[in-house]
Design a protein around this ligand. Sequence first.
Ligand code: MG
Length: 205
Amino acid sequence: MKKVQSICRALQQLRKRGEIMADANIPYSLNSKHVAEATRSLLHERGVTLAEIAELVMILQKKYYPNLTMEECLENVDAVLSKREVQNAVLTGIQLDKLAEEGNLLSPLQEMLANDEGLYGVDEILAFSIVNVYGSIGFTNYGYIDKLKPGVLERLNDKSSGVINTFLDDIVGAVAAAASSRIAHRKQADLEIEVTGTTEEDKNL
Ligand code: MG
Protein backbone atom coordinates (compact mmCIF):
# COMPACT_ATOMS: atom_id res chain seq x y z
CA MET A 1 0.00 0.00 0.00
CA LYS A 2 2.81 2.38 0.90
CA LYS A 3 4.45 1.66 -2.45
CA VAL A 4 1.23 2.54 -4.34
CA GLN A 5 0.90 5.80 -2.39
CA SER A 6 4.45 6.80 -3.18
CA ILE A 7 3.93 6.03 -6.90
CA CYS A 8 0.77 8.19 -6.85
CA ARG A 9 2.69 11.05 -5.22
CA ALA A 10 5.48 10.77 -7.80
CA LEU A 11 2.91 10.85 -10.65
CA GLN A 12 1.26 13.92 -9.16
CA GLN A 13 4.62 15.69 -8.99
CA LEU A 14 5.32 14.88 -12.65
CA ARG A 15 1.87 16.15 -13.66
CA LYS A 16 2.43 19.35 -11.71
CA ARG A 17 5.67 19.91 -13.57
CA GLY A 18 3.87 19.22 -16.87
CA GLU A 19 6.17 16.30 -17.62
CA ILE A 20 3.30 13.93 -18.22
CA MET A 21 -0.23 14.59 -19.42
CA ALA A 22 -3.01 14.93 -16.84
CA ASP A 23 -5.64 12.20 -16.84
CA ALA A 24 -9.39 12.46 -16.44
CA ASN A 25 -9.21 11.66 -12.72
CA ILE A 26 -7.04 14.64 -11.80
CA PRO A 27 -8.55 18.09 -12.42
CA TYR A 28 -6.55 20.39 -14.70
CA SER A 29 -4.71 23.23 -13.07
CA LEU A 30 -2.52 25.72 -14.87
CA ASN A 31 1.20 25.29 -14.37
CA SER A 32 2.60 28.79 -15.00
CA LYS A 33 6.22 27.69 -14.86
CA HIS A 34 5.58 25.03 -17.48
CA VAL A 35 3.83 27.55 -19.76
CA ALA A 36 6.74 30.01 -19.45
CA GLU A 37 9.36 27.33 -20.08
CA ALA A 38 7.46 25.86 -23.04
CA THR A 39 7.26 29.33 -24.62
CA ARG A 40 11.00 29.87 -24.49
CA SER A 41 11.79 26.34 -25.52
CA LEU A 42 9.49 26.53 -28.57
CA LEU A 43 11.12 29.78 -29.71
CA HIS A 44 14.50 28.11 -29.33
CA GLU A 45 13.32 25.01 -31.19
CA ARG A 46 12.16 27.23 -34.10
CA GLY A 47 15.61 28.82 -34.23
CA VAL A 48 14.77 32.24 -32.80
CA THR A 49 17.05 33.67 -30.12
CA LEU A 50 16.12 36.41 -27.68
CA ALA A 51 19.21 38.31 -28.86
CA GLU A 52 17.78 38.39 -32.39
CA ILE A 53 14.52 39.84 -31.09
CA ALA A 54 16.55 42.35 -29.03
CA GLU A 55 18.29 43.44 -32.25
CA LEU A 56 14.88 44.31 -33.72
CA VAL A 57 14.11 46.35 -30.61
CA MET A 58 17.37 48.24 -31.08
CA ILE A 59 16.45 48.99 -34.71
CA LEU A 60 13.09 50.35 -33.56
CA GLN A 61 14.33 52.41 -30.63
CA LYS A 62 17.89 53.62 -31.27
CA LYS A 63 16.65 56.74 -33.05
CA TYR A 64 14.72 57.82 -29.93
CA TYR A 65 17.22 56.64 -27.30
CA PRO A 66 20.78 56.91 -28.65
CA ASN A 67 22.21 55.53 -25.40
CA LEU A 68 20.04 52.41 -25.45
CA THR A 69 22.09 49.24 -24.90
CA MET A 70 21.57 45.73 -26.21
CA GLU A 71 21.36 44.61 -22.61
CA GLU A 72 18.34 46.87 -22.04
CA CYS A 73 16.72 45.59 -25.23
CA LEU A 74 17.26 42.00 -24.10
CA GLU A 75 15.89 42.78 -20.64
CA ASN A 76 12.71 44.18 -22.17
CA VAL A 77 12.27 41.22 -24.55
CA ASP A 78 12.60 38.97 -21.53
CA ALA A 79 9.97 40.98 -19.61
CA VAL A 80 7.53 40.81 -22.55
CA LEU A 81 7.99 37.03 -22.77
CA SER A 82 7.16 36.68 -19.10
CA LYS A 83 3.57 37.89 -19.69
CA ARG A 84 0.97 35.12 -19.90
CA GLU A 85 -0.91 36.85 -22.74
CA VAL A 86 2.29 36.81 -24.78
CA GLN A 87 3.09 33.21 -23.88
CA ASN A 88 -0.40 32.14 -24.97
CA ALA A 89 0.06 33.75 -28.37
CA VAL A 90 3.55 32.27 -28.87
CA LEU A 91 2.39 28.76 -27.93
CA THR A 92 -0.67 28.94 -30.18
CA GLY A 93 1.09 30.39 -33.20
CA ILE A 94 4.10 28.08 -33.16
CA GLN A 95 1.83 25.07 -32.62
CA LEU A 96 -0.13 25.97 -35.75
CA ASP A 97 3.09 26.49 -37.76
CA LYS A 98 4.35 23.08 -36.65
CA LEU A 99 1.07 21.33 -37.47
CA ALA A 100 1.06 22.94 -40.91
CA GLU A 101 4.65 21.84 -41.47
CA GLU A 102 3.68 18.27 -40.60
CA GLY A 103 0.62 18.50 -42.90
CA ASN A 104 -1.67 17.84 -39.97
CA LEU A 105 -4.20 20.67 -40.35
CA LEU A 106 -7.59 20.28 -41.99
CA SER A 107 -7.99 21.59 -45.52
CA PRO A 108 -8.25 24.44 -46.51
CA LEU A 109 -6.45 25.82 -43.42
CA GLN A 110 -3.52 23.49 -44.16
CA GLU A 111 -2.97 24.98 -47.64
CA MET A 112 -3.55 28.55 -46.44
CA LEU A 113 -0.91 28.28 -43.74
CA ALA A 114 1.52 26.33 -45.91
CA ASN A 115 1.30 29.05 -48.57
CA ASP A 116 1.10 32.00 -46.17
CA GLU A 117 -2.10 33.01 -47.96
CA GLY A 118 -2.38 36.76 -48.44
CA LEU A 119 -6.05 36.86 -47.45
CA TYR A 120 -5.41 34.94 -44.22
CA GLY A 121 -4.71 37.47 -41.48
CA VAL A 122 -5.26 35.49 -38.29
CA ASP A 123 -1.47 35.35 -37.79
CA GLU A 124 -1.46 39.15 -37.54
CA ILE A 125 -4.55 39.21 -35.32
CA LEU A 126 -2.85 36.79 -32.92
CA ALA A 127 0.25 39.00 -32.92
CA PHE A 128 -1.93 41.95 -31.93
CA SER A 129 -2.67 40.24 -28.64
CA ILE A 130 1.06 40.58 -27.90
CA VAL A 131 1.27 44.18 -29.08
CA ASN A 132 -1.86 45.06 -27.06
CA VAL A 133 -0.19 44.28 -23.75
CA TYR A 134 1.91 47.46 -23.95
CA GLY A 135 -0.58 49.86 -25.47
CA SER A 136 -1.19 51.56 -28.76
CA ILE A 137 2.35 52.70 -29.62
CA GLY A 138 3.18 49.03 -30.03
CA PHE A 139 0.98 49.04 -33.15
CA THR A 140 3.09 51.67 -34.87
CA ASN A 141 6.26 49.76 -34.03
CA TYR A 142 4.74 46.51 -35.24
CA GLY A 143 3.58 48.00 -38.55
CA TYR A 144 7.01 49.54 -39.14
CA ILE A 145 9.06 46.41 -38.39
CA ASP A 146 6.61 44.22 -40.35
CA LYS A 147 7.06 46.41 -43.44
CA LEU A 148 10.85 46.60 -43.11
CA LYS A 149 11.44 42.93 -42.13
CA PRO A 150 15.03 43.35 -40.95
CA GLY A 151 17.32 40.71 -39.39
CA VAL A 152 15.59 37.60 -38.10
CA LEU A 153 12.31 38.62 -39.79
CA GLU A 154 13.95 38.37 -43.22
CA ARG A 155 15.04 34.81 -42.40
CA LEU A 156 11.63 33.82 -41.06
CA ASN A 157 10.01 35.11 -44.23
CA ASP A 158 12.29 33.07 -46.50
CA LYS A 159 9.84 30.62 -48.07
CA SER A 160 12.57 28.59 -49.82
CA SER A 161 13.61 26.75 -46.63
CA GLY A 162 10.48 24.55 -46.44
CA VAL A 163 9.96 25.67 -42.86
CA ILE A 164 6.53 27.19 -42.20
CA ASN A 165 6.72 30.37 -40.12
CA THR A 166 3.38 31.89 -41.04
CA PHE A 167 2.62 32.74 -37.40
CA LEU A 168 6.17 32.99 -36.05
CA ASP A 169 7.27 35.98 -38.15
CA ASP A 170 4.36 38.04 -36.81
CA ILE A 171 4.92 36.81 -33.27
CA VAL A 172 8.60 37.78 -33.30
CA GLY A 173 7.81 41.21 -34.79
CA ALA A 174 5.12 41.71 -32.17
CA VAL A 175 7.39 40.76 -29.25
CA ALA A 176 9.98 43.28 -30.52
CA ALA A 177 7.28 45.94 -30.95
CA ALA A 178 5.92 45.30 -27.46
CA ALA A 179 9.41 45.46 -25.94
CA SER A 180 9.96 48.79 -27.75
CA SER A 181 6.72 50.09 -26.37
CA ARG A 182 7.70 48.97 -22.87
CA ILE A 183 11.00 50.84 -23.22
CA ALA A 184 9.18 54.01 -24.32
CA HIS A 185 6.82 53.90 -21.32
CA ARG A 186 9.62 53.24 -18.85
CA LYS A 187 11.91 55.90 -20.28
CA GLN A 188 9.09 58.40 -19.94
CA ALA A 189 8.59 57.35 -16.33
CA ASP A 190 12.33 57.68 -15.63
CA LEU A 191 12.35 61.15 -17.18
CA GLU A 192 9.36 62.30 -15.13
CA ILE A 193 10.89 60.97 -11.93
CA GLU A 194 14.15 62.76 -12.72
CA VAL A 195 12.40 66.07 -13.39
CA THR A 196 9.52 66.05 -10.88
CA GLY A 197 10.38 63.22 -8.51
CA THR A 198 7.18 61.39 -9.41
CA THR A 199 5.40 59.81 -12.38
CA GLU A 200 1.92 58.83 -13.45
CA GLU A 201 3.38 56.25 -15.86
CA ASP A 202 2.77 52.64 -14.95
CA LYS A 203 6.20 51.29 -14.03
CA ASN A 204 4.73 47.81 -13.68
CA LEU A 205 3.94 47.51 -17.37
MG1 MG B 1 2.73 35.83 -41.07
